[in-house]
Design a binder for this molecule. Sequence first.
Ligand code: PHE
Length: 403
Amino acid sequence: ITKDSITVGGKTYKVDQATNVTTTILEKTTRQLFQIPTHPIAIIKDLIASTFPDFKHYQSFSPVVTTKQNFDDLCFAKDHPGRAATDTYYINEKIMLRTHTSAHQLQVLTEADKVLVTADVYRRDEIDASHYPVFHQMEGAELFDTKTAVDVIRKQIATDTAQHSKSIHTTDITVITDKNPKQDCHDQAAMLATADHLKYSLNKMVRNLFSHEKNLTVRWIDAQFPFTSPSWEMEILYKGKWLEVLGCGVIKQDILNNAGKPDKIGWAFGLGLERLALVLFGIPDIRLFWSQDERFLHQFEPSKIQKFKAFSKYPPCFKDITFWSNEDFHENNFCEVVRDVAGDIVEDVRMIDEFTHPKTKKCSVCYRINYRSMDRNVTNVEINEIQDRLREEVVRRMKVELR
Ligand code: PHE
């Protein structure tokens, strides 16, 4: 950022009175967490994408969009609160960081009828353990020919249900009210079939994601979005609490008309990946997703949901011990002595050097011990005392010769 311009992703933009984006926020645009296969955000993304195998998946859109893409194209009113500078990061009056993946709906729906979009999104927000100004969304949409939608959808759901018997408890009888209306241009039967297909597809998606839960309860809450009608929020009963998972609905026909597809009808959903990753991995704080610490990044495996293991946020204290080993020496016995002397304050023991003396044939080994507490800073004085005791005990119990 300079006085009169901002550069993001190799492109330069003019600043003006609307500019409110900061360097810290712009730095996040290069991180691409959903492209790191062992990152929880990417693991959730892959699991969701596997429920939509024949969808075209867009994952490399720049976060810099026009206010037209983010708002106008999606039928946001000129005075919609989402446009406020208090909620949105503006690069200038006309250019902003997308606040949702829906910003790409119009473009991708002109190109394909079954689409997914994964991207980082940006919102000015409160700070707490589950909110962060940058997070990740996944958008999905599917279109049908309006004329044949009812038949096609009924057939597909019937064959699919015959193949997958896993049950789900859900209130999926679609009720249309004045508050959550059908669009005038839509045929009632085609719209209801589309809504059924939407709910059916999303049930299947969460069933796959929460496959460890025997009984999964889902409910659909009437909602409002400028770009869908009728609209819902999907909630899942998880550990006794209703968890809001996504927003969805029947796409506003204006968008499909603008995409050059006036003869189609379709549904769309948008979900936050962090919210799902937090509960599924048991991650206690949203900031951990941005950790560059290998103790975070190296604990997960691609396509697998596993519980997060906490690690210390306090600094380490390293001490080396070098000795002539002997025939009876075994690393596990050495570690046992370390554990006896130092207890849980040791995070890690690792051999960093080993050599055999050319004349005496004696073998020398050096171990590096990482002392670190889970709940406080350790002092060098206290660690030196432990290390001295360790040196004595290693000699006494392992009959090795310190160097
Ligand atoms: N874009 C909406 C949001 O960010 C979610 C949404 C997507 C709702 C698609 C309906 C259809 O909250």
